[in-house]
Ligand binder design. Sequence first.
Ligand code: ADP
Ligand code: MG
Length: 177
Amino acid sequence: MLPRVSLRKKNLPSDLTYLSLGSNLGDRQGRLLAALQSLTRHSQIDLIRSSDFYETAPQDVTDQPWFLNMAAAITTRLSPTELLSVLQDIERAGGRDRSISIARGPRSIDIDILLYGSLIVDTPGLTIPHPRLTVRRFVLEPLLEIAPDLVHPVTGQALGEYLPDVAEQPLHRICLR
Ligand code: ADP
Ligand code: MG
């Protein structure tokens, strides 16, 4: 008998949605893990893969503690705007209070949408691909760990080609497995 062929489309890395998570306040690892757990519990989100943790130097506002960053790949039926709203709910549950925070300053938990498949979104409240995706090592390294062959949907350039330009930004990978 022939094996049954599954008609379910396999998720290609380029079809997935990619998130960047970061924390530099309190129990950073606990906050990242709690955010991942919230993603897995959401009925319309499937967590496909997550990166190691990366200890990274703060950018822009440099007088603040180092961050712990990671990337995650998900599939979701939520639209980009709905997803952003869910991520902001998870940030709030993780102690994020935007009313008292300074831009690019310390944050208990930050979750950004890096890529949503190859979709391009350019609205006042949401920009995808994330505008700083290619200029931040703390974003690029974890992302390329879980999806090494990704291509930037706007420039068509392999994301790995942006790494040499950010190589000076301090970062230490924390291998957990
Ligand atoms: P940061 O830009 O440092 O992550 P915030 O987390 O405070 O700062 O986000 C500021 C605003 O950025 C959010 O209110 C959101 O509307 C907007 N934004 C635009 N594009 C994105 C994206 N791709 N992912 C997450 N937030 C985004
Ligand atoms: Mg953010």
